[in-house]
Design a protein around this ligand. Structure first.
Ligand SMILES: [Mg+2]
Length: 183
């Protein structure tokens, strides 16, 4: 059976970059990787020379794999997520959305730059999108342009993915399966 897609952002949901620096949440490990200009928490020139600090929870890979989705990276890391993030989480190499020229390009209408490419990538297939940056405008865009179900699930970048987020995502998969067998 064709599983729904789960579009996964890294910085915010998996890496709670906005948490207080001295407060690494339980279960997380610290990773330092060379900086790439596209990363979201750049705070000026001086910080750009230092490696980027990430917090990741190695349990998250297994949990994500059990939700019933087909996982897909939807992040400024693009294919780097397979090199840097997936091994730490115990995830296999995943497909990723290639944002190409629209990467980090703000739109005049306020719709997030990821939203159009994600809707195009989904091509009408049901999806959930986990990110720390969606707004009402993105929901409106998805409702207008996506033919199937689409869940925009917002995660606080100070907190990252938690048990209740995983429950919401699992419930969403279940609701899709129920509507498929009853229609
Ligand atoms: Mg993010």
């Amino acid at each position: 059976m064709n599983r729904p897609l789960l579009f996964l952002d890294v910085d915010g949901p998996l890496n709670p970059y906005a948490a207080k620096p001295e407060r690494r949440p339980d279960g997380y490990i610290t990773l330092r990787v060379p900086r790439n200009d596209a990363h979201e928490d750049d705070r000026g020139l001086s910080s750009r020379r230092r490696p980027l600090r990430l917090w990741l929870n190695p349990e998250h890979g297994r949990t994500l794999l059990q939700l019933g989705f087909e996982l897909c990276w939807a992040t400024t890391w693009m294919d780097d997520a397979n090199r840097r993030i997936a091994p730490v989480l115990g995830l296999p190499e995943l497909p990723f959305v290639d944002f190409g020229a629209v990467l980090l390009q703000e739109r005049p209408d306020g719709v997030h730059w990821k939203t159009g490419p994600l809707v195009d990538y989904a091509g009408g297939r049901p999806f959930a999108w986990v990110d720390d940056e969606q707004s009402e405008l993105d929901q409106t865009y998805v409702t207008a342009h996506h033919q199937g179900p689409g869940l925009l699930h917002h995660v606080n970048p100070r907190i990252g993915l938690r048990e209740n987020d995983f429950r919401t995502l699992a419930d969403y998969v279940r609701s899709l399966n129920t509507s498929r067998t009853t229609s």
